[in-house]
Write a protein that binds this ligand. Sequence first.
Ligand code: EPU
Length: 418
Amino acid sequence: MDKFKIRGGTPLRGELPVSGSKNSALPALAACLLTEQPMTLYGIPDVKDISTMQSLLKYTGAEVGQEDGAVRIHAKSLDRPEAPYDVVKTMRASSLVLGPLVARTGRARVSMPGGCAIGARPINMHVSALEELGASIEQAYGYVEAQAPKGLRGAMIHFDRISVTGTEDVLMAAVLAEGETIIRNAAREPEVKDLADLLIKMGAKIEGAGTSIVRITGVKRLHGAEHTIIPDRIEAGTFLLAGAITGGDVTVTGCNPEHVAGLVVKMRQAGAEIEELGSGSLWVRCSQRPKAIDVTTEEYPGFATDLQAQYMAWMSIAQGISLVTETIFENRFMHTQELARMGANIRIEGRQAIIAGEAELTGAQVIASDLRASASLVLAALVARGESTIDRVYHIDRGYERIEEKLATAGANIQRIE
Ligand code: EPU
């Protein structure tokens, strides 16, 4: 298993380029199952979750190829509308193929994603929404089996709580359903809007994506299209925090500043200087310890749960006491024990973390427990005195494209070791 060896203390300087969004690329790839015509996607990041999704598309019968930075998918016929456990066990987003498969072929058999380090991750809302659209669904032996031999029909869907992949799954099912579907309490994340933009290019009729009410008028079939995935806002946020935590001077390039506005506001309050340079670049500098500033995670456009761990690493060296409240996932504080090994002073009380900032962190051997937790450990190691070893970096490889190479280009002393 690969590890990262990091010697902290070097302020990052230079450019950190952002890749295409993992969480936009995953539903975009699933959406390719909705048409028998060829699809071309640009900006698909080269990360593990994406190769897992590509393996899944191949398993169902789609052809998947790569050339000149484009991913081409041709789901001419889908002989096996299934997502088996062995293919999807490492990826929580397998439920994203449920909607497209049942909409296109009238049946789907998908391994339930199961819980993970950050929480139980149920898919009950995906299931009940698809039932509203007319699918009959059974859950047994770790699989969800959906049948809709006569096709799906439009319905009024009201999500009890906001779900990103739930909204995406229903959107992909409803575009081929007969009649109108309205999704209320829909997720407003940029990734949902990006998926809708792709589906519209494929011939879908969708209004209101990016707001909490989405209207879809079903069409008989969708056609092939080309689409470029939006930049990864979580990678952009992680890099802004990498610049700030190391006391560096960094330009994060190829991002969409609007998508990280929730983080930027907090970072400025904490004392970081951040400027928009135009053409998708954000410059950050932070020459002193940050002030302690509280955050509460919320659905977009609130502060992203996917940046909570990285922000907490920064607050570990803040002047004062900050409160980080996690409202999206019930168990997303696994990084705190590892940050504590590096000298952070954090107490967890239910869904809140109370962080008393320390003047200095020290290098230590730590273990990554999930994707964003691993990113927080990398940030902490970049500022810690001495050397750190981060074990199980396969978690970080699920969602960050060659992060160690990007950080090293900006001066970080980081190495991948076997
Ligand atoms: N939930 C249910 N029932 C459902 C679906 C969700 O109770 O049927 C609950 C979840 O347990 C959670 C809350 O609703 O407490 C919100 O979960 P959501 O469904 O929005 O999460 P997700 O769609 O599974 C996506 C991202 C996550 C990100 C969350 C929240 C993808 C592939 N994943 O997950 O990304 O944290 O939205 O923004 O888009 C990551 O990239 O590290 C990551 C975990």
